[in-house]
Design a protein around this ligand. Structure first.
Ligand code: GAP
Length: 441
């Protein structure tokens, strides 16, 4: 049926508690978004899936969780102070600012409509500056990290020492990154505060190409596991004159959002750029000696980088469906259903007593409590059962469990499947096993 639009998605996200406009009671704060009760569950499930696929299940991977504000020398060594910039232009008439690479400079200013008023592009550093401690001068300047990657490079010798890993191996981190984006927008697509899931994979310099290809395939496997529509995902080889200052090869994985095809993730070959620079700036030895061959070298790095918020957006857009469904009274109606992979669904089971009467609501609440030991559960007793099914569909809950008057004598409940809408009578004693069968898929 109808394609999902950003307007529909943003409305649903606010109404159902996935994503709210930030600071709303104060009139909002441009481009700031808060994850609500369902959004935080979805986001946590995305991060848990990623950690399981790339850290927990792999013997060649370990994780860290580092500070957001690091020694400012890190950003000198990494090249971010000098080169982490976007080209900025300003309209001389209305003073609106734009990213020069995102607009057509020959067209009139989108805000005031005047032509030929743009300044020459100037490099604008995207790092967000702050001061640490009570003194505000050059000695206390610090920066919020614009990527989680650098902490991995800086902690590399300590991780090596503590975990005794051998190349090839990787360090992973999930955490916030902050950038003073010139033009944030498109909901949670581009914000000034976002979360990344990054891996720095350390390899022998002669082997980077093989690792690059296998990480590209693994990134696509994660995309598939998230239920992101494969036909809307495209690899984009970044031309050499557009590569970031640290990269020799980058493939962006792009997604067809309603506002156009844009970056979802990036895979970069960072060479030994970061470790060599940190060794130079810190004076510390950051090379590796192969215990078998005794060869000493600075490992090269393949970096798969994932945005959490862009994953959530692509997951929501891919899951969103509107379809004709029977009303239960002979007619049909449009049902909105979020077809999340069950593993990612924020709520796994909705427990619905057929009636609010205590003889049903009390055992239903006890059942909800029992299932909540294993899964996120919702308990809903208001309005008709049909309306409650629709509410559960709209937030992508895979199973509705209905307790009716027969349940009191046959010790069974009706389990309704979100996708097929089929209903099955299941014995209460078998319920956990029945649900567990598919909920982890
Ligand atoms: N360490 C490499 C790096 O940071 P990047 O392409 O600048 O590379 C990696 O960022 C990922 O972080 C992007 O693919 C995207 O998913 C996410 N990301 C970057 N900027 C973002 C922003 N302003 N808002 C939301 N997500 C962003």
């Amino acid at each position: 049926m109808a394609e999902v639009t950003m307007e529909k998605l943003v409305t649903l996200c606010k109404a159902r508690g996935f994503v709210f406009p930030g600071s709303e009671i104060y009139g909002g704060m441009a481009n700031s978004w808060d994850y609500g009760p369902l959004g935080v569950e979805l986001k946590n499930n995305v991060k848990a899936l990623w950690w399981e696929m790339f850290v927990q299940s792999r013997l060649d991977m370990v994780g860290i969780d580092a500070a957001l504000v690091m020694n400012p020398k890190v950003w000198e060594a990494s090249g971010h102070l000098a080169t982490f910039t976007d080209p900025l232009v300003e309209c001389k008439n209305c003073h609106e600012r734009y990213r020069a690479d995102k607009i057509d400079l020959t067209k009139p200013c989108a805000k005031c409509g005047k032509s030929g008023t743009f300044t020459d592009p100037a490099a604008f550093n995207l790092m967000i500056k702050t001061f640490l401690g009570p003194k505000e001068d050059s000695s206390t300047v610090a920066y919020f990290r614009p990527e989680t990657a650098q902490a991995i490079f800086v902690d590399y010798p300590l991780v090596m020492n503590a975990s005794r890993k051998r190349v090839p191996f990787g360090i992973a981190q999930i955490g916030k990154a902050l950038r003073n984006e010139i033009t944030p927008g498109n909901f949670i697509f581009r914000t000034r505060e976002f979360e990344q899931m990054e891996i720095e994979y350390f390899v022998h310099p002669s082997e980077w190409e093989t690792h690059f290809e296998s990480w590209l395939a693994r990134m696509h496997a994660f995309i598939d596991a998230c239920g992101i529509t494969a036909s809307k995902v495209h690899d984009h080889e970044i031309p050499s004159d557009e590569l970031a200052h640290y990269s020799k090869r980058t493939v962006d994985i792009e997604f067809e959002y309603p506002f156009g095809q844009e970056e979802l993730y990036g895979l970069a070959y960072r060479t030994d750029f970061d470790l060599t620079n940190h060794a130079k700036f810190s004076g510390k030895e950051l090379s590796y000696t192969d215990p078998v061959t005794n060869e000493k070298y600075v490992p090269h790095v393949v970096e798969p980088s994932f945005g959490v918020d862009r994953t959530v957006l692509a997951v929501l857009l891919s899951a969103y469906h509107e379809e004709e469904a029977p009303t239960g009274e002979g007619g049909t109606e449009v049902r909105t259903v979020l077809r999340f992979p069950k593993r990612l669904a924020p709520v796994k089971v909705a427990v619905l007593p057929l009636s609010k009467k205590p003889e049903l609501s009390e055992p239903a609440k006890a059942l909800a409590q029992r299932l909540a030991k294993r899964w996120r559960v919702d308990y809903d007793e208001t309005q008709s059962i049909g309306k409650r099914y629709r509410r559960a569909d709209e937030v992508g809950t895979p199973y509705c469990v209905t307790l009716d008057f027969d349940s009191l004598t046959d010790d069974a409940v009706t389990v309704r499947d979100r996708d097929s809408m089929k209903q099955e009578r299941v014995k209460l004693d078998d319920l956990e096993a029945y649900l567990a069968n598919t909920l982890n898929t």
